[in-house]
Design a protein around this ligand. Structure first.
Ligand code: 13P
Length: 243
């Protein structure tokens, strides 16, 4: 299975999200590909309704690890799962760096997803200074170690997304060969934690021009697209020409 995921971040309001979902829902996805969009929490339910009979699943951009209770402002993995989410982004760099989410929170969110059968899409990636100092692999392995060590995954699916921070929203996409190399490193690192293979996606300035370079590498199991996934003309090209 290969994956094309669109993370709509907080780019769209409810009306815009529903409009985009209607257009996206018309797209056909080739067998062997799994496609999903991740609307903001407010737009999650109407987008889910629009995409109900389409080839697209809907995911959560963020979940809280506590299931229910007195947790003001939280929306749990359990609530998202009950409302039809198939996936949840966990540990996106915007959550880590802007909202101060640490590795232990990321770990608890992964466990919460696994508990309720939501597939966590665990985001990891190095900063520019890590890369410049030859520490990209070290940084990513450290993130993986903190979230995977001792984790009981069982047969539940987990996906990892390699999203180098310097490549997100900058137009400075990681080269396909380097993304493939880093994804090889990630796969080798996470292999002992799962009986099957953990798919690893690439994310960071993916667009209609460069997407084929990533998908031409068998080792890259798909792409996690931000800005370009909110433009239906671009997203249509990506989905219809590459699945
Ligand atoms: P861009 O595709 O806008 O660089 O964002 C990538 C990303 O953060 C997806 O989660």
């Amino acid at each position: 299975m290969r994956y094309i995921f669109g993370n709509w971040k907080m780019y769209l309001n409810e009306e815009e999200s529903v409009r985009l979902a209607r257009e996206v829902g018309e797209l056909s996805v080739a067998p062997g590909f799994s496609c999903a969009v991740f609307p903001n929490t407010l737009s999650f339910l109407p987008v889910r309704d629009v995409l109900r009979n389409s080839s697209f699943s809907v995911g959560a951009q963020n979940v809280s690890w506590v299931p229910r209770g007195a947790y003001t402002g939280a929306t749990s993995a359990e609530l998202f799962r009950e409302s039809g989410a198939a996936y949840a982004l966990v540990g996106h760099s915007e959550r880590r760096y802007i909202f101060g989410e640490d590795d232990s929170a990321v770990r608890k969110k992964i466990e919460a997803c696994i508990d309720v059968g939501l597939v966590p899409v665990v985001c990891v990636g190095e900063e520019k200074h890590d890369r410049d100092n030859g520490k990209a692999e070290y940084r990513v392995k450290k993130q993986l170690m903190k979230v995977f060590e001792g984790l009981s995954i069982g047969t539940q699916s987990v996906i990892v997304a390699y999203e180098p921070i310097w490549a997100i929203g900058t137009g400075d996409a990681c080269s396909d060969t380097e993304a493939a190399r880093m994804i090889g490193v990630i796969k080798e690192y996470v292999a002992p934690y799962h009986s099957g293979e953990i798919p690893v996606l690439y994310g960071g300035s993916v667009d209609a021009q460069n997407v084929h370079t990533y998908l031409s590498h068998g080792i890259i199991d798909g792409v996690l697209i931000g800005k370009a996934s909110t433009d239906v003309t671009i997203f249509e090209k990506i989905v219809t020409e590459h699945t």
